[in-house]
Design a binder for this molecule. Sequence first.
Ligand code: F3S
Length: 292
Amino acid sequence: MELIIAKHGGFCFGVKRAVEAALDAAKAGGVYTLGPIIHNPSVVAALAKQGVQVVNAIEEIAGRGTVVIRSHGVPPQMITQCEALGLHIIDATCPYVKRIHERVVQARQSGRHVYIIGEEKHPEVMGIAGWAGEDATVLLNSQEAENIPKTQYGLAVAQTTALRSNFEQTVVVLREKVANLEVFDSICQATARRQAEAREIAQKCDAVLVLGGKNSSNTRKLFEIACQHTSRVFAIESAEEIPLAEFKPDDVVGIIAGASTPEWIIKEVVCRMSVLDMNEQVDEVMQEGAAA
Ligand code: F3S
């Protein structure tokens, strides 16, 4: 078996920064995140042991402790609400997401309608929409863009983890609908590199393991990319979930990981796959020995 391991796997800069901020603040106790800090249950559980607790509604922690804003960012109303509840805020919004907030605020002030290309219910998109104002339009794809009314001035931005092909196709349709359209290509470089590498690896492999949280949007996109190039693609969150029986001794297996996957999970998976490979080699030698 040959393993091809992605170079651009694991925590991205924004996630790493948010996790470090939460861990640092937890030393003083009473640290909360609104929703899991990243879409990876093992990491969330490990952080909980260090004192970083998840709450589902900000009212649950009114008047006590520190709230860490995740790398996805939040709408401005949420910051106002945290302040009103007397919470200490650590804003770990990824700087690349912050840049989108700034652009949509400028667009709104100059009378441009904001189009966000992404998933309506994704926290990052909900945050951007909050900064863009109530009338912002979220578009999942070019089909949805076909249905919008024509307008004069607009700004198109992307969810940082959007698939580039989907973003570009949607912008093509938007250009037909919006006479004067500004486009801010806000797809994160880390995401773009990861997706390009996933494509490259999947093209060379018989099977691919995609590591990441089941609710992680960027991991899901890596899975979709891998599925375009090979039929044996397995999404797993940890080494325990590797479907060992699915691999054959002469397989070339790719290992790629989403932005919410820590290094230790990648290492465990690589380790377990290497052991599987060694076991297969030992089995082969033993069988040859028995036949001789
Ligand atoms: Fe930031 Fe890019 Fe990660 S936008 S949170 S560095 S995927």
